[in-house]
Ligand binder design. Structure first.
Ligand SMILES: Cc1cc2nc3c(=O)[nH]c(=O)nc-3n(C[C@H](O)[C@H](O)[C@H](O)COP(=O)(O)O)c2cc1C
Length: 351
C-alpha cells in the first residue's frame, strides 16, 4: 500500500496520502438554517483520525433558495462559519487536509425550498419545470459562489471544490441537454463553459494565492471528447485539483476498453488525467485497498475517492495501512439519497 500512502502536493500544500473522502451529504443532520451539528463533527473527525488524507466536506449550499434538501448544510451566511470551522479544527488535529464542496442545485432544488426553480433555460426535465436565469441573476449567483469561497477560507479550509457535476446548476449550464440559451451562456461549448469559468475567476480574485480551487465535473458531459476539452479549460483557468465524476446524460456514451477493471466513471477520470497537468481524483465503485492502490501505482490517478466505502467503514484508511479487516461496502444503495446517514447496514450506529 506504499503508493496509496505516498505524499503529494496540491499547489503548495502537502497532502499526506492519496485517500479522499469525497463529498457525501449527511441527510437530516442539519436543519433549515444549514448549521453544522455535533454529528457532523464526530463523523468527519472519525474519518480524519483513521488517516484519510483529504476530506472534501459535503455539498454545502451557497444560496438558501438553491438547496438540494431542506436539511442541507449551508455556507450562505457568515453565521455558518463558526460551525464549519469546528469541523476543520477537529479534522486538522489528525493531519487531514480539508476542502469544502460549494453547491447550487438549480433545477434540482428540492421541493419545499422555493416555488421559483431556476436553471439555464425555460425547460422541463424529469418532471421539473425551471425558468431561465437572467444575466443579472447569473452574475448574482456567481457572487454567491465567491462569497461562499471567502467564508470557507475564513473557516480554515485549505480550499473549495466547486460542484460542477451530478445534474446540478453548473452542470446544467455545461450540458446541451439542459442548456438551450441563445445568449453568450449557451450554444457552443465555449459559451456553455462560461458560467463555470466566471465562477472560478471570481473566486481566484477573492481568495489568497495558496487557497486550493478544486472542481468536480462530469467527464462524460456530454461526451468524453468534450470532457477532455472542459478539463483543459478548467486547468487553464487556474483550477488546482480536478475531481472527475459524471454529468447529465440521457445514455452512457463512454465505452470502457476490455480488460479495464473499473467502471466507466473511473475510466473517464483516468483518460482525463492523461490530458492535464494538475492532480486528478477518480471515484466511483472503488471499495478495496487493492483496487485503490492499483490506480495510484500505475499512475492512472493522483487521488482515489471512496464515498460509500467510508460510510461502511470510517476506519478504512487505518485498516488499509495496517491490515485490519475492512467492513466492505455492499453497494446496496441503502445510503443513497435522502436517507439518514446512519442507515448503512455495515456501520449501523455511525456514518
Ligand atoms: C449518501 C450520498 C451522498 C452524496 N453526496 C454527494 C455530495 O454532497 N456531493 C457530490 O458531489 N457527490 C455526492 N455523492 C456522490 C459521491 O461523492 C460519490 O461520487 C458516489 O457515491 C460514488 O462513489 P462511491 O462508489 O465511492 O460511493 C453522494 C453519494 C452518496 C451515497
Amino acid at each position: 500500500m506504499a503508493y496509496l500512502y505516498s505524499e503529494i502536493k496540491v499547489k503548495d500544500r502537502v497532502i499526506k496520502n492519496r485517500i479522499v473522502l469525497p463529498p457525501v451529504v449527511r441527510f437530516g443532520w442539519s436543519d433549515d438554517n444549514g448549521f453544522v451539528s455535533a454529528r457532523h463533527i464526530e463523523h468527519y473527525e472519525k474519518i480524519a483520525k483513521s488517516g484519510t488524507g483529504l476530506i472534501i466536506l459535503e455539498a454545502t449550499a451557497i444560496r438558501k433558495e438553491g438547496r438540494l434538501a431542506l436539511s442541507q448544510l449551508g455556507i450562505w451566511s457568515d453565521e455558518q462559519i463558526e460551525g464549519l470551522s469546528k469541523i476543520v479544527a477537529a479534522c486538522r488535529k489528525h493531519g487531514a487536509e480539508m476542502l469544502i464542496q460549494i453547491h447550487d442545485a438549480g433545477m434540482k432544488t428540492a421541493q419545499g425550498v422555493t416555488e421559483d426553480i431556476v436553471g439555464p433555460s425555460d425547460t422541463t426535465r424529469k418532471g421539473v419545470t425551471a425558468r431561465a436565469l437572467t444575466k443579472e441573476e447569473i452574475y448574482e449567483i456567481k457572487n454567491r459562489f465567491v462569497e461562499a469561497a471567502k467564508r470557507a477560507e475564513k473557516a480554515g479550509f485549505g480550499g473549495i471544490e466547486i460542484h460542477g457535476a451530478h445534474n446540478y446548476l453548473l452542470d446544467q449550464f455545461m450540458s446541451p441537454i439542459t442548456n438551450k440559451r441563445e445568449d453568450e451562456y449557451g450554444g457552443s461549448l465555449e459559451n456553455r463553459m462560461r458560467f463555470a469559468l466566471e465562477v472560478i475567476e471570481g473566486i481566484k480574485e477573492a481568495v489568497s494565492p495558496e487557497f486550493i480551487i478544486g472542481y468536480r465535473f462530469g467527464g462524460n458531459a456530454p461526451t468524453l471528447g468534450e470532457g477532455r476539452i472542459i478539463a483543459k479549460a478548467l486547468e487553464n483557468k487556474g483550477v488546482d485539483l480536478l475531481h472527475v465524476s459524471w454529468g447529465i446524460f440521457d445514455e452512457i456514451t463512454t465505452e470502457v476498453p476490455a480488460g479495464f477493471q473499473y467502471n466507466w466513471i473511473v475510466y473517464l477520470g483516468t483518460e482525463i488525467k492523461k490530458e492535464i497537468g494538475i492532480p486528478v481524483i477518480v471515484v466511483n465503485g472503488i471499495r478495496t485497498p487493492k483496487e485503490a492502490s492499483y490506480l495510484i501505482e500505475n499512475d492512472l490517478a493522483d487521488f482515489v475517492a471512496l464515498a460509500r466505502a467510508h460510510l461502511a467503514d470510517p476506519e478504512w484508511a487505518h485498516k488499509a495501512l495496517n491490515g485490519g479487516e475492512i467492513k466492505t461496502c455492499l453497494h446496496c444503495r441503502r445510503c443513497q439519497w435522502y436517507v439518514d446517514g446512519d442507515k448503512c447496514p455495515r456501520n449501523i450506529n455511525g456514518g
